[in-house]
Ligand binder design. Structure first.
Ligand SMILES: Nc1nc(=O)c2c([nH]1)NC[C@@H]1CN(c3ccc(C(=O)N[C@@H](CCC(=O)O)C(=O)O)cc3)CN21
Ligand SMILES: O=c1ccn([C@H]2C[C@H](O)[C@@H](COP(=O)(O)O)O2)c(=O)[nH]1
Length: 283
């Protein structure tokens, strides 16, 4: 929690105003932030200075890991986060590749589970990683990449958290996650939870201990219409102790993750938090 607040303060103290053409808003921006999550100690990085709706973040992650390309599937799991980008973004609404209501196109998990090959086949990056790690293999290329510039024009948004690189040291699994662009008040609240949960889940289904997750953010920003709430409300509050994440131990394989897992298989214990804050969302 401290590192989150430090990043928010740093953006306010050192940030530079940058115009963003896509949203038409200005963002107070810093470059480079490195966050670390102790998954081994189960210090779940949930924001405590406002109430965080963490189930939406985990639902979004599970949707990516299943390769979903449709906001309705995300909603069924418990994440409403893709509704606006799939249905309210005029560039995407006018894009000939959009298949209809709720379609997100070839984003995130589609690339992670079905990256197209020139011969017409596809690559399932996530299954390869799970198969290798389950056999104790780390080929120094256990990389899940959602970033496919050749298909950006076929999706509603370029991936923000675009690469997850797993590593095995003995029987302990590590994760480095890379993010190119981060809406610190809204998105990071979700992305911290996702990086932590991704390592905890993959360690569990591949039979390893979870170690540490390292989260690298390049462009970290606060939108102009979020700044006052951050400065005058959220940053005035005292952070509280971290809660713990409990994952159903019956989740033992990629097949389990793909078939029956719901948000009821995740529980947070000891979550103390301040009142919710509703930040504006930019499409
Ligand atoms: N401008 C912007 N910021 C983002 O963080 C973001 C995007 N766009 N587009 C794609 C995804 C969607 N994400 C989102 C979208 C909405 C919330 C949001 O509204 N969160 C609320 C509550 C959510 C709930 O009730 O489940 C929050 O208060 O955190 C968070 C992340 C993250 N990403
Ligand atoms: O997981 C996510 C997804 C998106 N965001 C934020 C970061 C930016 O504010 C927007 C994306 O806009 P771009 O113009 O494509 O950078 O969404 C996030 O923080 N986390």
């Amino acid at each position: 929690m401290k590192q989150y607040l430090q990043l928010c303060k740093r953006i306010i103290d050192e940030g530079v105003w940058v115009e963003n053409e896509r949203t038409g808003k200005r963002c107070l921006t810093v470059i480079n932030a490195d966050l670390t999550y102790r998954v081994d100690a189960n210090e779940f990085p949930l924001i405590t200075t406002r109430k965080s709706f963490w189930k939406g973040a985990i639902a979004e992650l599970i949707g990516y890991l299943r390769g979903y390309d449709n906001a309705a599937d995300f909603r069924k799991l418990g994440a409403k986060t893709w509704d606006a980008n799939a249905n309210e973004n005029s560039a995407w609404l006018n894009n000939p590749h959009r298949k209809g209501v709720d379609d997100m196109g070839r984003v995130y998990g589609v690339q992670g589970r079905a990256w197209r090959k020139p011969d017409g086949g596809s690559v399932d990056q996530f299954k390869k990683i799970i198969d290798n790690l389950s056999r104790g293999i780390d080929d120094r290329g256990e990389i899940l990449s959602f970033y496919n510039p050749g298909e950006f024009h076929m999706g509603c948004l370029r991936p923000c958290m675009h690469t997850h690189n797993f590593s095995l040291l003995g029987d302990t699994l590590y994760l480095n996650s890379f993010q190119r662009s981060c809406d610190v008040p809204l998105g990071l609240n979700f992305n911290q939870v996702q990086v932590f949960t991704l390592l905890a889940l993959v360690a569990q289904i591949t039979g390893h201990k979870a170690g540490v997750a390292y989260h690298k953010i390049v462009n970290a920003h606060i939108y102009e219409d979020q700044l006052e709430l951050m400065q005058t409300v959220q940053l005035k509050r005292e952070p509280l102790a971290s809660p713990q994440l409990i994952i159903n131990p019956d989740i033992k394989s990629l097949h389990d993750l793909e078939t029956w897992v719901t948000m009821d298989d995740f529980e947070v214990q000891g979550y103390q938090h301040h009142e919710p804050i509703k930040y504006p969302f930019s499409v």
